[in-house]
Unconditional design. Structure first.
Length: 166
């Protein structure tokens, strides 16, 4: 039993390390658009620039809503970008993996979205520019019933709602 727990922790750590790189184009993609061609042409203030250069999502550990150091680094970039483009409003979407009840995962997604919102506010972003919503387990980024899929689905996504320059 102890070996299984240690093995599971090792796998979780490896997956978490891989899943916590929102700067990668594959991890930062929020719309499923072709970001390869956007890397060179992302205009300042655009959704593409936000997704590719800043990172639109952060990831969470199982059953947690606290922010990792990697998440805070991404959110610091988001806060700086939002301060540069003060007309932009955002919606922070909280998500969970498929495990647990619908109600529990909606509450967990809300805690994750609010954790991101509170951090952005602490970094100087006007709270009137931030809405939150929880999708719980209803909108998985990756289909699958394994740790790799679950790690990608335990996330919050910052979506630009209004005011982007292009």
């Amino acid at each position: 039993m102890r070996v299984k727990v240690i093995g599971l922790l090792a796998v979780l750590t490896m997956v978490s390390a891989c899943a916590s790189q929102p700067e990668d184009a594959a991890s930062a993609s929020g719309s499923g658009s072709s970001l390869g061609s956007s890397l060179e042409s992302a205009q300042p203030g655009s959704v593409d620039q936000f997704q590719v250069d800043i990172g639109d999502r952060v990831f969470f550990s199982f059953d947690r809503s606290d922010l990792s150091e990697t998440a805070r680094t991404t959110l610091d970039k988001q806060a700086d970008w939002l301060k540069t483009y003060p007309a932009v409003t955002i919606r922070v979407e909280g998500h969970a993996d498929e495990r647990g009840t619908r109600e529990y995962n909606l509450a967990l997604g809300a805690r994750r979205a609010n954790s991101v919102k509170e951090y952005l506010i602490s970094q100087g972003v006007n709270p009137n520019r931030i809405d939150t919503i929880s999708y719980g387990k209803e909108r998985p980024a990756v289909n699958g019933s394994n740790e790799a899929a679950w790690a990608q689905n335990r996330r919050s996504v910052t979506a630009l709602v209004d005011g982007q320059t292009s």
